[in-house]
Design a binder for this molecule. Sequence first.
Ligand code: ZN
Ligand code: ZN
Length: 413
Amino acid sequence: MKISKINIVYVCTLGIILAFGISLSSMAQAASPTKALDEQDVYYPGTEDLGSNEMRVIACGTGMPNARPKQAAACWLVELGNGDKFLFDIGSGSSERLSALKIPYDYLDKVFIGHLHSDHFGDIGDLWIGGVIGNRINPLRVWGPSGPTPELGTKYALEHMEKMFTWDSASRLGNVDIRGQVLEVTEFDYKAVNQEIYNENGVSIRTIPAIHALDGPVSFILEWNGLKFAFSSDTFPNKWWMEHTKNADIAIHECFITPDDLVKKQNWTPGAALNVGTQVHTSPAQFGKVMSEIKPRMAVGYHFFNDFDTLPNVLEAVRSTYDGPLALATDYMVFNITKDDIRVRMAVIDEDIWPQPATQKKLPPDASKRVGFSDFISGGRIPYADVVGKIYDDINKKYGTNIPAPDSVEMEK
Ligand SMILES: [Zn+2]
Ligand SMILES: [Zn+2]
């Protein structure tokens, strides 16, 4: 057959189409929509083992004093390969983040508060009482600093919180297992420098003074298994942080919004923005300076609304003074830390989350402890005994119990 020019073009084109078709079909095979990808670069709570030498740190609040849907106020969870978990600060809105992590509340029983601003301990009541409803049997243990006078210390604050919840606590007596309602507060000297305030199970936590707003604030250093975690809570750059957090594996330090964005976005005057943004708090450029001195394996900046239009300004200012490893945190950022590696990912959470079961057997509530109603309020009850009696019957049948419906017992009397 005589091959014409046109035929050569045709043969070549066919070859290319065939080759293209083959490569397409092999690509389609590799990326079959019925097969999962080998690795998801996100963290799904409750689905990963923590290595025996590994530390996992999760940002549960990274924003500003006004909690917003995207960011709660200060809260950091540290999980260790020995099974221990610690909370550093518990700011407004953060208890919602904690609930998303599928951790039984019995394990969220140790909280270290850096200072008594609402954006650093505003959700303590929610964790304390909500944790009991969410199946915590353990007491809630809280560590926090003293103040220049007793009423400016952690003990005073939490004693008054307990008083604030007097009605709440009374209402639960005899209705639920309230062993988790015990609050154990350890107040330590805010002026203590590098003093150990916790040492259990190979975990050491030390405190150093912080400089922020008023005497009282502190920062924390946790060490375990050769790994060092440092958390500033809120502070102006200071000598204690410089001396004691050097070479941390992860150093989390406040990094406030830039003064210019405080004027533009928060509607503050330039004077207020400069004072709060560089004197009460640490601005991004100051944060960079701090990190370039202590040289952590991972520097983490938090305490700013981390948005498309603020992040570039924060980053530019940080990079004017620091060129090392950096994460500018937002809520649900996850750090997996070992001696060899620090992996930074985002968690993907399930908004339909329910509390996990208690880790210990719950006691039946002692009904004799109930405070009960006055005759006046009791007299207003409309029992619907037939409707409620059926609910009791159905549950008794389903679970093999024999719990009498209260109003049917009343009627029999
Ligand atoms: Zn503060
Ligand atoms: Zn703060």
